[in-house]
Every structure is written in structure tokens, then in C-alpha cells.
Design a protein. Structure first.
Length: 273
């Protein structure tokens, strides 16, 4: 099964959802014109991370979901990316959402690994489950930024039959080499596509100061080959056709998942809380 995916590597205007929506529409329109089935945006791409702003405008957060659904329906294209989403108790989560081409939200994954250096766990509600979606091209999974550093998450997806993971991020300097290395590692060790979009530009955080983001959005195939790679500082739309039958071929020819010996592995957790 082949599909065409676009990565919208953009700079975000913190606390300016209206401006970011205008930019979103431009990128969605461009992705559709390039024949894309889906366009993927970065982490918290409509609002940025200012937690005080998010709480002050909590009542309007659901309208952002509605606006993205309307764009997906209008342009008849799937849209994925991370937004502030309210949970059942009214808490704010950092959630990767997937809209189909009819404007329906068919998946919502709340970020599990909150970034402790910027005390994200004090600002957002933590997700507690992996989410998969049987979209038109095949079974997909979701991850957000810091999740990339936790290989157990991606192995769990692989064991569920996931062939592609959408990773949306706000990865800043100076961790470019981590980004490049970990994405390829996750793809190779789990024999899956990694569809990864990172923002460019900068934002000031209450506990981390000003951070500059390095883009370098990429799609990596299950063999670890980089199919497309974005610039480190410029906004751009990257479009790539991928074939999920490649996953089946690689998993058949090198049966890493079958050859595991889980009865031997024991995770001694010196960091358990």
C-alpha cells in the first residue's frame, strides 16, 4: 500500500492560534496540491507551550480541534499534529491528533513522557496509553518529542503490528545529533517507517529560557534510510511517497521481532518510583 505524506516544517507564533491557523491552511493547501494524502505538523503547532496562556484560554481549546477538522474536510486530506487537548477531567494534555480526509478525529494520543528538564509534568496531564490507528495505508502509531528517547514505546508499537509511527516534535539545539541518531535507530530496530516533523524558529519557556529549534524533519524507512530531510532553519513542506509493503518485506527477510528472547530479558529498574 502506497501513500504520500507531507511534513509541514514551520515556525510557530506562540500564543497566536489565529496566525498559526492561517499558516496551517497555506501548508495544507500546498500539500493537497502536491498530491499528498496526509500532512503532519509539529508539536503544539497552533499555540506554543505557554501554560498560563493555555489555562487562560482553556474554554477555547476545543475550537482548535474543530478548526483543524474543518480544514481536513475542506481540502479532503488527512492532518496530524500535536495540540493542547482537554482530558475527561478538564486537564490539559499535549496530544497528537489525527484527522481523516472527511474531517473526523480518528485518533488522539496524549504524550506519555513529559519533559522533566522543563517541568512539563507540572504543567500538563500525562497520557497513559499507546494509541494506534488503522488508517487507509495501514496500522500507525503516535509519539511526541521526548517519547523518542524511550525505545520501549516503539517496540510496543512494533509488537502490535504498527508499520509507521508519526513523531511530532519541538526538538531544540543543541540536540540535533540525538534527533538524527535516535530516529534512525527506532526505524531500524523496529523495522518501521518513522515520519518525523520538527519545528523551526524559537520560543521562550518559563523554566528553560529561550530555545531555538533545528527543523531537520525527516522520513526514514524501515532499513534506516533517510528518504527526505528538511533544512535546519527554514520553513518548508517536504513531500514523500512511501510504501508500507517495504515493512512486510524487511520483517519477513530479517525476522528480528520473531527472534527476540523476551523470557531471558529482565529489566532491573533502579529508577522505579
Amino acid at each position: 500500500m502506497k501513500t504520500t505524506v507531507s511534513l509541514a516544517q514551520i515556525s510557530i507564533e506562540p500564543k497566536e492560534p489565529t496566525k498559526n491557523l492561517v499558516k496551517t491552511q497555506n501548508f495544507v493547501k500546498a500539500a493537497k496540491e502536491q498530491g499528498s494524502d496526509l500532512v503532519v505538523f509539529p508539536e503544539m503547532w497552533l499555540t506554543g507551550f505557554d501554560i498560563n496562556y493555555l489555562h487562560q484560554h482553556k474554554a477555547s481549546l476545543p475550537s482548535l480541534l474543530h478548526a483543524i477538522g474543518e480544514l481536513a474536510r475542506h481540502y479532503s486530506i488527512g492532518i496530524c499534529g500535536s495540540l493542547p487537548v482537554l482530558d475527561a477531567e478538564g486537564g490539559i494534555t499535549n496530544s497528537s491528533v489525527l484527522f481523516d480526509s472527511e474531517g473526523q478525529c480518528i485518533a488522539s494520543y496524549a504524550k506519555i513522557h513529559l519533559f522533566s528538564p522543563s517541568v512539563e509534568e507540572m504543567q500538563m496531564q500525562r497520557g497513559n496509553q499507546l494509541i494506534t490507528s488503522d488508517f487507509a495505508w495501514g496500522k500507525s502509531g503516535f509519539a511526541i518529542c521526548y517519547d523518542l528517547r524511550f525505545p520501549e514505546l516503539f517496540r510496543s508499537y512494533a509488537l502490535q503490528g504498527v508499520k509507521l509511527v508519526f513523531l511530532v516534535a519541538a526538538f531544540p539545539h543543541p540536540r540535533l545529533e540525538h534527533w538524527m541518531t535516535l530516529i534512525r535507530a527506532r526505524a531500524i530496530e523496529n523495522q518501521m517507517y518513522m515520519v518525523c516533523v520538527n519545528r523551526v524558529g524559537a520560543e521562550t519557556f518559563q523554566h528553560a529560557g529561550s530555545l531555538t529549534f533545528f527543523g531537520s524533519s525527516m522520513i526514514v524507512n524501515p532499513w534506516g534510510e533517510v528518504l527526505t530531510l528538511g533544512d535546519c532553519s527554514q520553513e518548508m513542506l517536504l513531500t514523500q511517497e512511501i510504501s508500507l509493503t517495504v515493512v512486510d518485506t524487511i520483517r519477513r527477510d530479517m525476522q528480528v521481532l520473531r527472534d527476540r528472547q523476551p523470557h531471558i530479558y529482565k529489566l532491573w529498574d533502579a529508577y522505579a518510583r
